[in-house]
Each structure stands twice: as structure tokens, then as C-alpha cells.
Design a protein around this ligand. Sequence first.
Ligand code: UD1
Ligand code: UDP
Length: 376
Amino acid sequence: MSKKKILIVFGTRPEAIKMCPVINELKRRKEFATIVAVTGQHREMLDQVLNAFSVIPDFDLAIMKESQSLFDITINVIEGIKDVIIKVVPDVVLVHGDTSTAFATALAAYYLQIPVGHVEAGLRTNNIYSPFPEEFNREAVSLITEFHFAPTKATKANLIKEGKLPKKVYVTGNTVIDALKTTVIDDYSHPDLEWAIKADEPDSNSRFVLFTAHRRENLGEPMKNMFRAVKRVLNEHRQVKLVYPVHLNPVIQEIAMREFGDCPNIRLIKPLDVLDFHNFMSRAYLILTDSGGVQEEAASLGKPVLVMRDTTERPEGIETGVLKLVGTEEKDIYREFGRLLTDPSIYKGMSSAENPYGDGQASVRIADILRDSLTK
Ligand code: UD1
Ligand code: UDP
């Protein structure tokens, strides 16, 4: 029997982190020919992940431009990936999540009448402007998808509510937990981590804060609000150290330098590679972020997270208590960050919550489902 061809397409850092475990699992199975195409929506931040997981793409569209618009990404992906799909003629195209790479690829596969498998399906805020444009992207991908790989029961329920057929929706867990199982190690050191942890004496390694912010809808005032709130708290708690690996978007680089540049207990650094970032997370006291993936990873590591967004598509972590949605107003972030640093009972409640996002076996389940469906 000829091997079933699976074309996996992604383009940004988080998609890569969550798809590399799937690629490595599919490549272990003799029934599949696994072909990897990257759009290069991200460049350095994508390459860091490919290197970390030793994945060498078969195709690279290399579309990234500085300060690219949504039009640039969508047009360039759809044109480039069309040729790849026509050349490969896959049995299924796998996309991930909610990026414009995922949306444009799914649309190209649909036009060419190739079935789509959607990893991390069913996340919803039901507000197409928040996160922007991710909520639209994932809803649109769901319309086209044949295999919905939902990470949790709640995400499966979202899809069923929208009328997707239950037999096409599978609960697999989130593949980010698969990745995390391979990256966090006991014996780890890094100069920026040493700076953050040593400076905490006598409280040893317990008060290092990790920070990330990058969302398109937060560029401008919301991001300035976040940075100002954080700076006020850090000015009041000089023993607490904060590390911010700044996203390579030039707009964010500029705001971060302007707002944070002169604060002695804040260190701005380049994006960390995934192995470093996961080990930083596992040693952080708490995390402030507007990221999607960081919410899931932190929940799995039992790290309290203040989510600096107005909506989240990851309510499971809010329900178990490890995540708290604090919005993007300066006063709210200032209040909640201060509280978490000064009230041990709030901290304890958040850090002892359960992980709702998976058991590290999501990639195996996805590969099993594809085997059972495609090779029958
Ligand atoms: C994209 C995704 C977002 C995801 C995020 C993860 C869309 C519309 N957005 O947003 O869903 O949460 O990735 O990080 O799909 N840049 C570099 N080098 C890199 C990466 C980015 O220089 O390796 C700079 C470029 O100037 C680029 C800009 O950052 O134009 C923005 O990148 P882009 O992919 O358009 O948006 P993100 O905000 O990263
Ligand atoms: N991450 C990383 N290095 C960093 C910051 C984040 O490897 O310096 C990883 C993090 O572990 C998570 C992913 O990037 O898996 C999240 O990406 P991002 O926040 O850019 O996107 P989102 O998840 O919001 O789409």
C-alpha cells in the first residue's frame, strides 16, 4: 500500500513549537510520508524552533517582510502554498491554530479540494476583533476542516455548538504540552536567569517575573498601559526582577525600549529559543503575558499567569485558577500584579491549580486518528 502523504504547513514561532512534536511523531510512522512546508511568516523566531526540534522543511516560502501587513501575509501565503500543494498532492494538509498562515493555507487547500486537518481547533472568544485577526482566522479554518483536533472538551463543545459533526471532532490535548515534556530540564543555567534569580536574595530564586507582549490588537495604547503598570510595580518592589524577551516586531521593540529602557530591575533581551524560554518559565515566580501559548504552558508548569488581554480563548485555565484575565488598563494590571506579589494566599491559590491542557500525548493521538481515517 502506498504511503499516505501528509503536508504540514506553518509559519510562526508558536505554530512551530506546537507542530514539531506532531511532525516528529508522524515521521516515526511507516504508513505516512510527512512533508513539511514553512511559509516563513516569521524568520529568526521560526528558525530558532526548527533548530531546537531538528526539523528541516521540504519547502520554505520565505515570505516575511519588515512590518508586514495582513494583506502581505495572506496574499503571499496563498500564492506560494498553492504551488506546493499542487506539486505534493497530499492526502491531507495539516494547519495549526489561528495565524494568517493557517487561514491562507486552509483556503488554498479548500480551493484545491484537499482535506484539511486543524490542530488546536475550536478555541473561541466569539469576538472577531479580539484577538485580531486570530478569532476570524480560526473560525474560518473550522469551516473548511475535515479533521478537527480539539485540545480540550470545552473546545470540542464549541465546535459541536457551531454544527460540526461530532464524528469529525477529536479531543487530543494540546501538543504544546508534548513539546514541554521534552524541553524542561533540571540542570539548566543562563546568564539572564542568573541575574534575575541571584538578585532576589535573601528570597533566593522565588521572585523572578517573566513578561511577554506582542498581540496586534494591543499595539499602541494598550501596550503602553501594560508597560507603565508593570514599571510602577517594579519601582515599588526593587528586589523583584523582570525579564522580557522582546518580540522582533519593530513597533514593539520601539515601545519596549522607550518605556522599559531605564528601569534597573527590568532586563530586555532578544527572543529566547524555545528550550531557554521553557526553562525560564519553569523557574519564574509568576508570568505576565498576552500570549496564547504561554497561557497553556504556564498552566502546565503551575505558574500563576496574569493575562493582559480583554478576552481569552483559554477559559479552562481561568476556571482552574492558574490564569487571571486582567485586561489592558494600567490601573487593573498595576493592582493585580501588586496583589500577586504581596498576598501569599492569592499566589498559593493560583500556583496550586491543575493543568487542563493535556497530558503530553496529543501528537500520538493525532497520528493514530490520521492512521485510522486515512489507511482504512
Ligand atoms: C503572528 C501571528 C499571531 C501570533 C504571533 C506569534 C498573524 C496575523 N499573527 O503575529 O497570531 O500570535 O505571530 O508570535 O498570523 N519579525 C521579525 N522576525 C521574526 C518574526 C517577526 O523581524 O522572526 C517582525 C517583522 O518585522 C514582521 C513583524 O515582526 O513583519 C510582525 O510579524 P507578524 O507575523 O506579521 O505578526 P506577529 O505579531 O508576529
Ligand atoms: N516563546 C519562545 N521564546 C520567547 C517567547 C516565547 O520560545 O522568547 C514561546 C513560548 O514558549 C510559546 C510560544 O513562544 O510556546 C508563544 O508564542 P507567542 O507568544 O509569540 O504567540 P501566541 O502563542 O500568542 O500565538
